[in-house]
Design a protein around this ligand. Structure first.
Ligand code: ATP
Length: 339
C-alpha cells in the first residue's frame, strides 16, 4: 500500500499520543466482551543453567474481534514467546490470557486439542512447516475440513475452491508445494489455516523467508482474508514495514508492549485520500510507560527525568543536575532549575 499522505506520528511532528490499557471489565475476564485476544500482565520466565531470562515482563494486549493487528519487535523482545502462549503451546509464569473465550491458563488437555484444532489457525514462518509436501494445494486445504468432517463431500470441495480463489492461488490447486513459489505456498498456507473457520488466525513471521515484493503479497493476502472472513488476525514479525499493511501495529520492547501505531485513511477537502499514521505510547494499568528510544536519545535522558503536570499534558524533561554530574557531560543542556 503506498503512502500518499502525511504521517502525523513521530516522523511528522515529534508528537506521540499515550493510550491506556483500560481497566479490565468483569465480562472481559471471561472473554465475553469485544476482545477476542486479551493478555493481562503476562510474565514468562525461562530458567536455564541457573540463569533466569524474563522473556515477557507484564505484557498487556487487547485485540478486538475481527481486527488485524501486527506485533513487531526486535530479536529477543518476546514475540515468539507471546505467540507460543497464544497458540496454547506454552504457559506463562504469571498473568492471564483469554482467546476467543478460552482461558489459556486453565484449559484442560482436551480443551487444548479443541483450541488448537478449531479455535485458532496458524501460519508459520517456514513455508515447509505449513503444508504437507506430498499433497497438492487443494488436498492440503481439504485436510482440516476432512478432519473436522465439515459438511458434505461436495460442500468441502466447493469450500476448497472458494478459499484458493480468495487467496488467488486457484491456478496452483493441483501442484505440490515444491512446484509453487514461496509466496504461493504461504497463500495456500493461509487458506489451510482458515479452512476450519477459526475465530483467530496467528501468523508467526509469515514473510520471514520471502523477498520484499512477495512479502507485500502475503501481507495483503492476510489483510484480504481478514476483511473477507472477519477472522481476528495477529501477525508477529520483526519487519517494521508491516505497519504499512495493517491498521494497528503494536511494538514489543523488553517483553512489554511499548508503543502502537494506528493508521487510518482520511479524505481531504479536495476529495483526495491520504493515509495517516499516529504513534501512541502504551500506558499500563499502573501508569508505567516506556519512552521511545529515539526520544530518550534526542534529549540524552538518563537515570532520572523531571516530570511536570500541565493542564492538558505531562512534561518530561532532562534532569539538569544529574546530567551535569555525569562524567564527560558538558552540562550545556540542563538549566539546573529546581522546583
Ligand atoms: N526456551 C527458552 N529458554 C530460555 N530462554 C528463552 C527460551 N525461549 C526464549 N528465551 C529467551 O527469551 C527472550 C525472548 O525470546 P523470543 O524468542 O520470545 O524473542 P523474539 O522477539 O521472538 O526473537 P526473534 O525475533 O529472534 O525470534 C530471549 O532473550 C530468548 O533468549
Amino acid at each position: 500500500m503506498g503512502d500518499d499522505g502525511d504521517d502525523r506520528g513521530r516522523r511528522g511532528g515529534d508528537e506521540m499520543v499515550v493510550t491506556q490499557e483500560e481497566a479490565w471489565p468483569a465480562a472481559d475476564a471471561a472473554g465475553t466482551g469485544r476482545d477476542e485476544i486479551r493478555c493481562r500482565g503476562l510474565v514468562r520466565i525461562f530458567a536455564t543453567d541457573g540463569v533466569e531470562v524474563q522473556a515477557l515482563q507484564g505484557l498487556d494486549l487487547a485485540v478486538d474481534r475481527g481486527d488485524l493487528v501486527a506485533v513487531v519487535g526486535a530479536s529477543g523482545s518476546g514475540k515468539s514467546t507471546l505467540l507460543n502462549i497464544l497458540s496454547g503451546m506454552d504457559l506463562p509464569t504469571a498473568g492471564s490470557a483469554v482467546v476467543a473465550g478460552t482461558d489459556l491458563l486453565t484449559m484442560s488437555r482436551r480443551d487444548r486439542v479443541h483450541y488448537q484444532r478449531s479455535t485458532v489457525g496458524f501460519v508459520w514462518q517456514q513455508t515447509g512447516r505449513n503444508l504437507l509436501p506430498y499433497l497438492t494445494a487443494a488436498e492440503n486445504v481439504r485436510v482440516p475440513l476432512e478432519i473436522a468432517r465439515a459438511g458434505t463431500r461436495a460442500g468441502r470441495a466447493a469450500r476448497v475452491a472458494e478459499l484458493l480463489e480468495l487467496l488467488d492461488v486457484g491456478h496452483v490447486a493441483d501442484r505440490v508445494p515444491r512446484q509453487m513459489s514461496g509466496g504461493q505456498q504461504q497463500r495456500v498456507a493461509i487458506a489451510v489455516a482458515v479452512a476450519g473457520s477459526p475465530r483467530v488466525l496467528l501468523a508467526d513471521e509469515p514473510t520471514g523467508e520471502l523477498d520484499e515484493a512477495t512479502s507485500v503479497e502475503v501481507l495483503e493476502a492476510l489483510r484480504g482474508v481478514n476483511a473477507a472472513t472477519g477472522v481476528t488476525t495477529l501477525i508477529v514479525t520483526h519487519d517494521p514495514t508491516v505497519s504499512e499493511h495493517v491498521a494497528r501495529t503494536v511494538q514489543i520492547r523488553d517483553g512489554r508492549t511499548s508503543t502502537e501505531v494506528l493508521r487510518r485513511t482520511e479524505i481531504d477537502e479536495h476529495g483526495a485520500q491520504r493515509h495517516v499514521a499516529e504513534e501512541f505510547a502504551v500506558l499500563d494499568r499502573v501508569g508505567r510507560l516506556q519512552l521511545p528510544q529515539d526520544f530518550v536519545g534526542a534529549l540524552d535522558l538518563r537515570d532520572r527525568v523531571r516530570l511536570a503536570l500541565e493542564p492538558d499534558h505531562v512534561q518530561v524533561r532532562p534532569d539538569g543536575r544529574s546530567q551535569d554530574a555525569l562524567p564527560g557531560h558538558d552540562g550545556g543542556r540542563g538549566t539546573g532549575e529546581r522546583r
